[in-house]
Design a protein around this ligand. Structure first.
Ligand SMILES: [Zn+2]
Ligand SMILES: [Zn+2]
Length: 358
C-alpha cells in the first residue's frame, strides 16, 4: 500500500513539474519565424512572458499569423504580451489583423505615425491605428525599457532617433567607423527608406547573453548609433537587419558588435544581399550564419544547406517571395544565462551549441 502511495506521489510530482514547465524554463527562446522575406521573431522569457517583433505579411490565407501561432504553441505561450511593430511596412505590420484573431496581443509598441504618403500605405496604417487603439499602446523612444521579467529589453532606436548614450557595458570607441560611406540619394529613393530608418530597434539581454533586433533600420542610421562610440556593445547573436539586404548591415555595425552567430530572415528573393554576406565574412568573431531561406540570386554565397531553414526555392523560375502557402521552418535559438546558446534548424533538426563568450 505504501509503495503504491509513494509511486502515486511521484507521478503527481512529475505531472506538477511538467505543468510548471509550461510557464517557466531556464532559457530565453527565440524563434526566427519564416514569413518569406518579412519579419516575425518571437522571444519567450524563462518566466513565459512573450515579445513578438513584427507580424509578417497579410493575406495568403492567414499564412503568417498561422506560422506565428505555431511557434507560440511550440514555445508554450498562449498570448503575445508585447508586440513591437518596428515600422509600418506591409512585411512587418501587415499580418497584425490576422494575428489578433489567432492569439491575444496585450501591449502594442511602435514608433508612432507613419511617414509613408501613398494612399494604400495610409489606409493600411489607419486600419492598424484602429486596432492598436483597442489595446494598450505605447510609442517608444531610445532608452525606453520593455518590462519583461528576467530580461533586459531596451529600445536603441525609434522614429529616426538613436541612443545618445551607450548601454551598460558599451561605449567603446569604434575603429570600424573609419571609412564609413553614407548611402546617397539614389539608393535611398530606390528603396523608399523613410519608414525603414524609423524602425524600432531593441537590445535584449539575458544574463550574459546579448542580442539585437533592428527591423529594417538603415545603413545611414547605423552611423549615429555606432559612431564614433559603439552604443550597443558586444552581442552574441546578431538578428541580421533588414532581411540581410545591402541597404543595412554596415561594417561599422557588424564589426563593432562582434557577433558570434547571425540569423538572417531573408526570403528566397528578398534580402540576402551579396554585400551583406561579404561584410559578414569579414567579421572575425562570426562562427556561423543561419538563413531562413536559400537566397536564390546569390547562389554560392549561401551557407551550407544544413544552416538554411527553407530550401524550396532552389529551382522555381519566375517565383516571387511571398506566395508559398505550404509548410515552413523556423530557426530556433535557445539561450542560457551564462551566455551560451544553441541554434536549431527546425527543418532538419540540425543544431549547434555555442559556449559562453570568452
Ligand atoms: Zn522589411
Ligand atoms: Zn521596411
Amino acid at each position: 500500500m505504501r509503495v503504491i502511495f509513494i509511486s502515486l506521489l511521484s507521478v503527481l510530482t512529475l505531472l506538477m513539474s511538467l505543468a510548471a514547465q509550461d510557464r517557466s524554463s531556464e532559457t530565453l527562446d527565440i524563434y526566427v519565424i519564416d514569413v518569406e522575406g518579412g519579419e516575425a521573431t518571437l522571444f519567450v522569457s524563462p518566466s513565459g512572458e512573450s515579445m513578438l517583433v513584427d507580424t509578417g505579411w497579410p493575406g495568403f490565407d492567414n499564412r503568417d499569423a498561422k506560422r506565428i501561432a505555431a511557434a507560440a504553441a511550440a514555445a508554450n505561450v498562449s498570448q503575445i504580451d508585447h508586440l513591437i511593430v518596428t515600422h509600418f511596412h506591409t512585411d512587418h505590420m501587415g499580418g497584425v489583423h490576422q494575428l489578433v484573431e489567432q492569439l491575444p496581443v496585450i501591449n502594442f509598441l511602435d514608433h508612432g505615425i507613419t511617414v509613408d504618403q501613398g494612399e494604400r500605405q495610409r489606409t493600411a496604417f489607419e486600419r492598424y491605428v484602429r486596432l492598436r487603439n483597442r489595446h494598450t499602446h505605447r510609442v517608444v523612444k531610445p532608452g525606453d525599457q520593455v518590462a519583461i521579467n528576467g530580461l533586459d529589453v531596451r529600445i536603441i532606436a525609434s522614429n529616426g532617433e538613436v541612443l545618445t548614450s551607450p548601454l551598460p557595458q558599451a561605449g567603446q570607441m569604434n575603429p570600424a567607423c573609419e571609412g564609413f560611406k553614407f548611402h546617397g540619394e539614389n539608393i535611398l529613393s530606390r528603396y523608399g527608406d523613410a519608414e525603414d530608418q524609423r524602425s524600432v530597434s531593441a537590445f535584449v539581454g539575458f544574463g550574459q547573453f546579448r542580442t539585437v533586433i533592428m527591423g529594417d533600420l538603415t545603413w545611414n542610421k547605423e552611423f549615429p548609433l555606432m559612431c564614433p562610440d559603439n552604443k550597443i556593445g558586444l552581442v552574441d547573436l546578431y538578428l541580421i537587419s533588414h532581411h540581410g539586404s545591402d541597404t543595412s548591415g554596415s561594417a561599422a555595425l557588424v564589426q563593432a558588435i562582434t557577433p558570434r552567430v547571425g540569423v538572417m530572415n531573408n526570403g528566397p528573393r528578398k534580402g540576402g544581399g551579396l554585400q551583406t554576406f561579404e561584410i559578414l565574412a569579414g567579421v572575425q568573431s562570426l562562427e556561423d550564419i543561419w538563413q531562413n531561406h536559400y537566397a536564390v540570386p546569390v547562389g554560392e554565397a549561401n551557407m551550407d544547406e544544413r544552416f538554411i531553414a527553407n530550401l524550396q526555392d532552389f529551382a522555381p523560375e519566375g517565383d516571387t517571395s511571398t506566395i508559398h502557402l505550404g509548410s515552413s521552418y523556423w530557426t530556433h535559438v535557445s539561450a542560457k544565462r551564462d551566455g551560451s546558446f544553441t541554434v536549431t534548424n527546425s527543418r532538419n533538426g540540425f543544431s549547434r551549441e555555442y559556449g559562453p563568450r570568452n
